[in-house]
Design a binder for this molecule. Structure first.
Ligand SMILES: NC(=O)c1ccc[n+]([C@@H]2O[C@H](COP(=O)([O-])OP(=O)(O)OC[C@H]3O[C@@H](n4cnc5c(N)ncnc54)[C@H](O)[C@@H]3O)[C@@H](O)[C@H]2O)c1
Length: 261
């Protein structure tokens, strides 16, 4: 890993207690940034922040439900008190809910949109004023390859992730004049608690064992392996750096060749 110089940046990462968000936190701390571990799960966020605290590392934990404007605003107020003005937002919080299109229950659909789409806008609205005042900012939205493909019974997830690309483009145009770059990353399949839960769901639905599920998945990836959180974190690190100064409004694919955009 070649480190980047993000010494001056204060970064707010949503859903950072585990999985991809935690991997992004580790990477940006190694790059020298100050990092806020925010998550719905307060205890898990605190534990992660404690584990990532090494000598000299500036890291804090804060509870936030990204789907609630009041919760996001309260979290940002705490960050202002403890750390200062934010320059980077990583919209990473997410969930996978099975959402058959004809199901009577629309709660999974609504939650998917509330957390991954509306939540991303709420966090951008809460942090962009800092970036505007600083004359520099970066917003990275963690979308998915599933903004482009679908497996069925996933209207909530696919729609939220595709919508996030529209949000990315719109914010990139609106915030460009303030020197705030807004990009999306579309990860392929990354081994995290979310993918493990998907494997279990598939087993319950049609009897495919998790071993078979992962074997078949790897078979669709030209690079011959699942993605790792560090693969996504490296792209985040690039997008937050000065090297990415002219990159905005884009969807960056990190998927080992499983989907060719
Ligand atoms: N794992 C994959 O294969 C994969 C692929 C493409 C995209 N993604 C996306 O990457 C992001 C991270 O996924 P992951 O695999 O690390 O998932 P994960 O389930 O391991 O972690 C998600 C985190 O988000 C938090 N969260 C959920 N709802 C929240 C809310 N309302 N407010 C704040 N935090 C909340 C959870 O507590 C959890 O810590 C998600 O947006 C996901 O959709 C994952």
């Amino acid at each position: 890993m070649s480190k980047r110089d993000l010494q001056d940046q204060i970064v707010f990462i949503t859903g950072a207690a585990r999985g991809i968000g935690r991997g992004i936190a580790e990477r940006l701390l190694a790059d020298g940034a100050s990092v806020v571990i925010s998550d719905l799960d307060e205890e898990a966020a605190k534990e992660t922040a404690d584990e990532l605290k090494t000598e000299g590392a500036k890291v804090m934990a804060v509870q936030a439900d990204v789907s609630s404007e009041a919760s996001v605003q309260a979290a940002i107020a705490k960050v202002h008190q403890e750390m200062g003005s934010l320059s980077v937002l990583i919209n990473n919080a997410g969930l996978f809910a099975s959402t058959p299109a004809l199901s009577e229950d629309l709660s999974g659909w609504q939650k998917s949109l509330d957390v991954m789409l509306t939540g991303s806008l709420l966090c951008a609205r809460a942090t962009a004023p800092d970036m505007k005042a600083n004359g520099w900012g970066r917003i990275v939205n963690i979308s998915s390859v599933m903004a482009f493909i679908a497996y069925g019974e996933d209207v909530g997830y696919c729609t939220a992730k595709a919508g996030l690309l529209g949000l990315t483009r719109s914010l990139a145009v609106e915030f460009g004049k303030h020197n705030i770059n807004v990009n999306a990353i579309c990860p392929g399949h990354i081994r995290t608690p979310m993918l493990d839960a998907t494997a279990k769901h598939v087993e319950q639905r049609d009897g495919t064992s998790p071993e078979q599920f992962f074997e078949e998945l790897v078979g669709t990836i030209p690079k011959g392996r699942l993605g790792e959180v560090k693969d996504i974190a490296a792209m985040v690190s690039f997008l937050c750096s000065e090297d990415a100064d002219h990159v905005t409004g884009q969807a960056m694919h990190v998927n080992g060749g499983s989907y060719l955009a």
